[in-house]
Design a protein around this ligand. Structure first.
Ligand SMILES: Cc1cc2nc3c(=O)[nH]c(=O)nc-3n(C[C@H](O)[C@H](O)[C@H](O)COP(=O)(O)OP(=O)(O)OC[C@H]3O[C@@H](n4cnc5c(N)ncnc54)[C@H](O)[C@@H]3O)c2cc1C
Length: 449
């Protein structure tokens, strides 16, 4: 089949790879100039299936309200929320019901464990080197934090996830550079979880996909989908100003990244396919709305700060060995090769361009508490990304109900951890194969009530 994939984040690129592996002729359309240029750019990189849970959970609304006025709040609400954001919060609040939460958690974790298996297989078979390290340590600052995680630990046990409860000294044995000046009660250590560079993985998988024939069209905005047995995409090649001049002058080959089959025309083009898979994260909603499909998806913004680790001659470098989560502040600290990344915050309302200094202050605080002086902060890169969040938790995978159009979107805070499994499931679904795991509750139907 001739298949179009819209979006070249981690979800679009893994989808393209799996479709090509099934023998399809695949073209990926991406409005930016490279893969992983938006939310997949600088996330925390954590792959911890047992911690892939819905943010719509019992007790969460109370916690969110309780945090609103605190200085280092993990969740922040913009002063002026739009009608869409308020409607989304209403649906989120309804999904916090215990039975809904339990059902969604099971769906997400089933997909997350399958996904980790696929990620390992791909990494091993293709020899992808994406700055990965093993192990995930959840830091519990106080006995109160320890008490708060007990319910989660029971569910880890139910899932047969390997974890160990550690005291402070044992935590420091796992992460030898952890500061002993910040009070620490203990931690939960998950030796089978990991951290890896999502953007680097996406870039490497793009190269592998091109090797097996996937075509990438960068700087190409999909403007419209025309449904049908052979659905069509209307897309516009819109390179940055300077490339436009260059192409017009040369009149032939396209520049650098765009070289792979870029049309030279600067007007909209209509192209037919046998199937279209929408992996455009938040912007999927605008592409699907004209077909009557209203996806309740909202941006939940988060930040990361990435900086080179400082080397201290006699002791090697001073940062983390792998990934950690400060449970109190919901901030992740990840080792990515020779750099450290600290990521967190959940902001509803606002935009990717407006940074909240208080949220960044929390990230710097957590890094300083646990690994003081470990990073060259003068060289830090600050990033803000928009998690494509559905109100109840799981992503949407499978048929859209629109002829010829399939969906792989809404992965929220866990798109990297869920990507390889989601991609395999969508490829199986298009091929009409029985999925290797139960996909109950991952369809779009659940959101149409
Ligand atoms: C601070 C932070 C930390 C996170 N940490 C983790 C973590 O530790 N583990 C984890 O699993 N997840 C994490 N996430 C979540 C994860 O990053 C996302 O779930 C994931 O990146 C979503 O991938 P995506 O491909 O759906 O979206 P994107 O990466 O945003 O890709 C969508 C692509 O579609 C393109 N596009 C959109 N519309 C069009 C159009 N009309 N035409 C052409 N192209 C289009 C966009 O340009 C974009 O490149 C984190 C997120 C944030 C913000």
């Amino acid at each position: 089949m001739k298949v179009a994939v819209v979006g070249a984040g981690i979800i679009g690129v893994t989808t393209a790879w799996e479709l090509a592996a099934d023998g399809h002729e695949v073209t990926v359309f991406e409005r930016r100039g490279s893969v992983a240029a938006e939310t997949s750019f600088a996330n925390a990189g954590v792959v911890a299936p047992g911690y892939v849970t819905p943010w719509a959970a019992p007790g969460m609304p109370k916690k969110v309200i309780g945090h609103l006025l605190s200085r280092h709040a993990p969740v922040r609400l913009h002063a002026k929320l739009s009608a869409g954001e308020i409607a989304w919060m209403w649906r989120w609040w309804r999904a916090c019901k215990l039975s809904t939460y339990q059902a969604n958690r099971l769906r997400m974790q089933r997909l997350a464990y399958f996904s980790r298996e696929r990620l390992h297989r791909l990494t091993r078979d293709l020899k992808l080197d994406n700055e990965r390290s093993d192990g995930y340590l959840v830091l519990l600052r106080t006995a109160k934090d320890h008490a708060m995680v007990q319910a989660g630990l029971a569910s880890l046990a139910e899932l047969n996830t390997r974890f160990e409860m550690l005291d402070a000294a044992q935590c420091r044995a796992v992460e030898p550079r952890l500061s002993d000046e910040t009070p620490l009660h203990g931690g939960v250590y998950l030796p089978e979880d990991e951290v890896g560079n999502c953007r680097q993985f996406t870039t490497l998988l793009r190269a592998e996909s091109q090797r097996v024939g996937v075509r990438f069209r960068f700087h190409t905005q999909v403007q419209k989908i025309v449904a049908g047995k052979t659905p069509q995409l209307i897309h516009l090649y819109a390179p940055p100003e300077e490339s436009t001049i260059l192409i017009r002058a040369a009149g032939e080959s396209a520049p650098n990244d765009a070289q792979d089959t870029q049309p030279m025309a600067l007007h909209a083009i209509t192209e037919s396919f046998d199937a279209i898979v929408v992996c455009a994260a938040l912007d999927s909603a605008a592409l699907l709305r004209p077909h009557g499909l209203k996806l309740p998806m909202q941006a939940v913004y988060g930040y990361s700060i990435t900086a080179p680790l400082r080397r201290v001659e006699a002791h090697g470098d001073v940062g983390p060995r792998s990934a950690l989560m400060d449970e109190r502040y919901k901030v992740a600290i990840s080792r990515l090769g020779a750099r450290v990344r600290v990521a967190g915050s959940a902001e509803i309302g606002g935009s990717t361009t407006r940074h909240d200094p208080k949220a960044l202050e929390t990230l710097y605080k957590v890094l300083h508490d646990w690994f003081p002086g470990s990073a060259r902060l003068s060289q830090a890169q600050v990033w803000k990304g928009a998690r494509p969040m559905l109100p109840d938790g799981p992503p949407v995978l499978g048929r859209s109900g629109i002829d010829g159009v399939w969906l792989n979107l809404g992965h929220g805070s866990s798109g990297w951890a869920l990507s390889c499994g989601s991609a395999r499931l969508i490829a199986d679904s298009i091929a009409g194969r029985t999925p290797p795991i139960d996909t109950d509750g991952l369809g779009v139907e659940r959101l149409l009530t």
